[in-house]
Design a protein around this ligand. Sequence first.
Ligand code: NAD
Length: 439
Amino acid sequence: MSVRQTPAIGAPEGKLGVLTPGLGAVATTFIAGVEAIKKNLTPPIGSLTQMGRIRLGKRTESRNPLIHDLVPLAPLDNLVFGGWDIYEDSAYDSAKNAGVIASDLLEKVRPELDAVKPMSAVFEKRYVTRIDGPNKKAPASKMEHAEALIEDIANFKKDNDLARCVMVWCGSTEIFQTPSDVHSSLEKFEEGLRKSDPEIAPSQIYAYAALKSGVPFANGAPNLTVDTNAMLQLAGREGVPICGKDYKTGQTFMKTLLAPGLKSRLLGMSGWFSTNILGNRDGEVLDEPANFRTKEESKLSALDVIFQPDQYPDLYGKYDHKVRIEYYPPRGDNKEGWDNIDIFGWMGYPMQIKVNFLCRDSILAAPLVLDLALFLDLAQRAGMSGIQEWLSFYFKSPMAAQSVYPEHDIFIQLMKLKNTLRWMKGEDLITHLGLEYYD
Ligand SMILES: NC(=O)c1ccc[n+]([C@@H]2O[C@H](COP(=O)([O-])OP(=O)(O)OC[C@H]3O[C@@H](n4cnc5c(N)ncnc54)[C@H](O)[C@@H]3O)[C@@H](O)[C@H]2O)c1
């Protein structure tokens, strides 16, 4: 499809299944939140698809509809939730265990959460060493596991009378991996599945099953997952949209707010030190150095792209960037992050910025899961396939075409997202030139 041609968008008729590999803190906070919104217990705070507006045309036209009134998104009442986990806990028990949601609110959505029981997982302890659980598929080849997941998706669709599905990875962060030969083409990947190649991680098997089933896939963790030639080929062949990776929520969200601002004023930077304490299961998994490495790579990537040290050597040519996560159980999901930023200004005079963000990890991530599910479904109905760069807004390590660097600046990402929605509806793109008001 030509990128210039406004697409015909199919109506969001029927029910949409939202499948999450991983039914932990993020997934259950997302499901509980949607159920609470449906019961009018809370507004959908943090969700662009639900609360965001979009300016159309000139500022003088005063057209500023809600995004969900511009583009046809699946209504929340039509969402049906399902997932896989290595633990047998229902979404209710898992949410209770995660401790993110206060019990009075949780009880109000208990029947809906109790009904979400995890399907048995495809799991390999080598990839997530710190946890293990009983709810796993029986040992088999990786291709047989992929086929079992494809069957799970088909059964879920049939049993719930669904029109469409999307899959959003909410599972643990896997150990650090770079693409290897088995990821270089779809043919090699499928051969690797048949031979149970050790380089194929569980998240890649879920992604393969999703794409083979025509189900769009978003990667909420920093794992390699769909960021390989094999998966790009499969997404292209099946005409399925994909995006990733790693939800941009706490510290990196702050980074991509602050860094573009400092750069816009050409303030130099000599160092950025970030540390966190986190006590949830995610923190426990990330306590393992091989898993933390995956997260670290993801967290480190944003600043270089925003500051462009090669183009601004005097300002950003040599800065220290360090990121630490400490597993500290007393804090649970309530992460605390500290940033110390050493900057310099006119005539090189040094200054410091300190950021102390007391956030709630899953509270920040849940609306992103909702938006990704709805936007991926929209993209699918608009006939868009492969990498959805317009959804970079949501990710720490956004996927992008090989020919371009990924955009990390959150304001550019938001403009890209909104212009994509305008393009979808044949509206003028907004350049912010604005000279016409002074003619
Ligand atoms: N919360 C945030 O702000 C945030 C931001 C960016 C990324 N993430 C990522 O999102 C993911 C989920 O975070 P969380 O806080 O919900 O973690 P969590 O540990 O509470 O939940 C992850 C769940 O995935 C399950 N799991 C692991 N491997 C699996 C497999 N192969 N199949 C099925 N289930 C599997 C685990 O048993 C666990 O219940 C993590 O990878 C995390 O790094 C979270």
